[in-house]
Design a binder for this molecule. Sequence first.
Ligand code: KIV
Length: 278
Amino acid sequence: MAKRRTIQDIVAMKQKGELISMLTAYDAGFAALIDGAGVDVILVGDSLGNVLLGYDSTVPVTMDEMLHHCKAVRRGTRHAVLVGDMPFLSYQVSESEAITNAGRFLKEAGCDAVKLEGGTEMGDRVKAIVRAGIPVMGHIGLTPQTASQLGGYKVQGRDAESARRLLQSARDLAAAGAFSVVLECIPAPLSEVITREISIPTIGIGAGRHCDGQVLVTHDMIGMFEKFIPSFVKKYAALAPLIKEAVAAYHEEVKNGGFPGDEYGFNLQLDVRSLLDD
Ligand code: KIV
């Protein structure tokens, strides 16, 4: 049986040239399926807000919501490294709040690490959380929690100045002690340079093939989330139409009496009419 992966295993994969697979999960059932398929890292992303909770962005997601779902994912995860996403304003306000909240992911939810958004400006925060003994995954490029500051959900690092800033951010996060960094919506040639320049693994999403690993939102790649699918998502399945078809068939059969047939009920070795004679 495969052993439980560690943060050190993930870092070593870059050194060995072994690509890292990461997917999101928000509940125990999906976590068990993803873990069982051998995925290296499971992220309880704050994409929870869009995908499961019906919010329009990740901004409203709370610590309590994140911890509730991380605990469920922990129960379904046996082998993968489990990373909990720190929600908006859980780490920006002060160093002590950031450490306390990051610690809750480990102490209360059983996560192995936390992820937070931001580059150079988050260097000191990352350093403080790591110093407290909590492994941190960085996240730069398109950072959804601050998408409004970035002018929307757009590819980042297209001009020389912002490309330079992203490279510096990746270096600063590595220097601050992050064990890996997500590169979201960054042109492939830039993520190739960043990946070569830093010693920690880069995990790309819309960042091309040269990263040390890849992550997607599971509900996007299995075709369950139909509201909006980014162009960088490869759909490995189209489950939403299958689910709709199954639900419509059930609804129709309940309405016309076709379900349940006798084969879906339980028999009784007793003359039920005798109960009425008493
Ligand atoms: O919240 C999330 O799912 C993420 C991934 C897209 C990297 O941050």
